[in-house]
Design a protein around this ligand. Structure first.
Ligand SMILES: Cc1cc2nc3c(=O)[nH]c(=O)nc-3n(C[C@H](O)[C@H](O)[C@H](O)COP(=O)(O)OP(=O)(O)OC[C@H]3O[C@@H](n4cnc5c(N)ncnc54)[C@H](O)[C@@H]3O)c2cc1C
Length: 491
């Protein structure tokens, strides 16, 4: 989740945050009638609205298959890898395997914010890689434009809209953060009246508008359409084909699934938050659950009450932030705020239907848009985010350079998965490129500690972030220490 996380990260480290403010309530602590919330959620079905559309089936692999390149994982990272590999070398035999269905995981559940940043926001990148941040920003823009060009040239129906993004201040101290960001060229500052002319919410005090660094997309359609483009480029796709083990067999690799074995020269592991086939990667990420609601389509009258004619993606800018956007049929997709880690690092669908979180999200929706009190939610869902300690993707090679992997998108992977795919292919080619020479690509993040330390640390950090949101942004000793060490927890 998202984009706005990127902006929030940029802004919340502003040293000008007041230091002597006593804990205050935030606008989202306002009371919302429980009946309104319950009524709005009563008819919602559990499961990603994006995936609630027809989609093509792909067969399960049930034999021994030999190929040049095996891509493991049918989310954006795997799909872009397979597609670009086929475009780079049409003669290469490429197979993509997916344990479940194409796009069923994060790639079919996200907010659909396509943000240019490769570093989970400018400030995170600037702090970690000050010498190459300009290049990283330029590469991020190039990647976003390249994604748009790919979508157009391949005719992918993914509901791509280059709407830009509004980061809105809902607390007085956030107005200063936005002004500071605007002064550093990160967008156009809109005052209270200007932002409410764009989108009418009584919670908005100001906004930062970035017109060109972000698009919105239909996440699942993007995945399905990428799969179609892969097949048209000659990639064979298998679903329900779970890679269980990876062995080296002389110059070849063997990947064992339940009903099939693959023999290949190279493999790319694009398995995101799921347990890696490489033991070395298992402590590098933790699953963090992010929750989303979608409304019924708004009528013209309902939409008139809030404006939003330019359909920008929107996020507020506390540590615990909401992100929201319109769909082409004028639903509002509304997610974020709670980012939940469960002891033991497991990805488990039992964590997804969390009533208290959906109620909180719904209440915050009505605080933001009281004029939409008659609107109902039709879908509620959650997804696991692969969070690492540096908040953006990390890469590596294994098995004598024959296996490349990428993980750790930390909630900002819709655009950066495409860049990540190119990095994986460059790494396997063994020819240095501008991408593989990046320090960001060459360096690995620090791992999270094993349990119970991971859980204790993450819960303490989450608590501190909540306190900071209730203290005009002021960061406590734990957060300041983590900032100094370049560590933390984000989503
Ligand atoms: C609720 C939510 C909201 C988000 N919002 C945004 C947003 O607005 N903008 C943004 O930029 N990012 C957002 N993100 C993050 C973004 O969705 C992800 O970073 C991105 O989808 C990652 O793509 P992926 O291909 O790495 O992972 P995935 O989509 O998770 O795909 C990985 C695939 O690998 C498969 N797999 C795993 N192990 C194996 C195996 N052993 N064998 C075979 N297959 C395997 C899995 O089944 C899965 O399908 C959000 C994420 C969530 C959960």
């Amino acid at each position: 989740m998202v984009i706005l996380a990127a902006t929030a990260t940029d802004l919340r480290r502003d040293p000008r945050a007041p230091r002597s403010v006593r804990d205050v309530e935030t606008v989202f602590d306002a009371h919302v009638d429980r009946g309104v919330v319950e009524r709005a959620l009563a008819a919602s079905t559990f499961g990603s609205m994006w995936l609630d559309i027809p989609r093509p089936d792909h067969p399960q692999a049930t034999e021994s298959i030999v190929c040049d390149l095996l891509v493991v994982g049918g989310g954006y990272a795997g799909l872009w890898t397979a597609l670009h590999a086929a475009q780079r070398n049409p003669d290469r035999s490429i197979v993509l395997i997916e344990a479940n269905r194409i796009g069923w995981a994060a790639s079919g559940r996200n907010g659909g914010f396509v943000d240019a940043s490769l570093t989970h926001g400018l400030e995170n990148g600037k702090t970690r890689w000050p010498n190459e941040i300009d290049m990283l920003e330029a590469m991020g823009r190039e990647n976003l434009d390249g994604m748009q060009a790919d979508i157009e040239s391949l005719g992918l129906d993914a509901e791509w809209q280059r709407t830009g993004v509004l980061s809105v201040a809902t607390e007085p101290h956030q107005v200063d953060w936005l002004a500071n960001a605007a002064a550093h060229g990160q967008g156009q500052l809109l005052g209270l009246r200007e932002v409410r002319d764009e989108v009418r919410s009584p919670t908005y005090l100001a906004a930062l508008y970035s017109s060109d660094t972000c698009a919105i997309v239909h996440p699942a359609k993007l995945a399905f359409e990428l799969a179609r483009a892969c097949q048209e480029a000659g990639v064979r796709i298998y679903e329900h084909t779970n890679a269980r083990r990876l062995d080296s067999a002389g110059v070849a690799l063997r990947i064992h699934c339940d009903a099939a074995t693959f023999t290949c020269r190279n493999a790319v592991l694009a398995t995101n938050v799921f347990p890696s086939l490489l033991r070395r990667n298992r402590l590098r990420t933790v699953p963090v659950y992010d929750y989303v609601l979608a409304t019924e389509p708004l009528t013209g009258r309902q939409l008139d009450r809030i404006g939003w004619r330019r359909r920008q993606g929107i996020g507020d800018c506390a540590n615990q932030f909401h992100y929201y956007r319109l769909t082409v049929d004028n639903r509002i997709v509304w997610g974020g705020y709670d980012a939940v880690y469960h002891f033991g690092r497991k990805v488990d669908d039992r964590y997804e239907d969390r009533a208290a979180t959906y109620r909180r999200l719904a209440a915050h929706f009505f605080i933001t848009f009281p004029a939409l009190e008659d609107v109902r939610f039709t879908h509620r869902w959650a997804g696991a985010i692969d969070t690492n300690t540096r908040f953006c993707a990390h890469w590596g090679l294994a098995r004598d350079g024959r296996v490349a992997y990428v993980n750790g998108f930390t909630g900002l992977g819709v655009a950066s998965a495409r860049f990540a795919a190119d990095v994986c292919l460059d790494l396997l080619d063994r020819e240095p490129t501008a991408r593989t020479e990046l320090e960001m690509v060459r360096r690995q993040p620090l791992p999270f500690p094993p349990e119970p330390l991971a859980s204790i640390g993450i819960q303490a950090t989450r608590w501190s972030l909540d306190r900071a949101d209730h203290s005009a942004g002021r960061r406590n000793v734990l957060l300041r220490t983590l900032d100094a060490l370049g560590l933390g927890f984000d989503s």
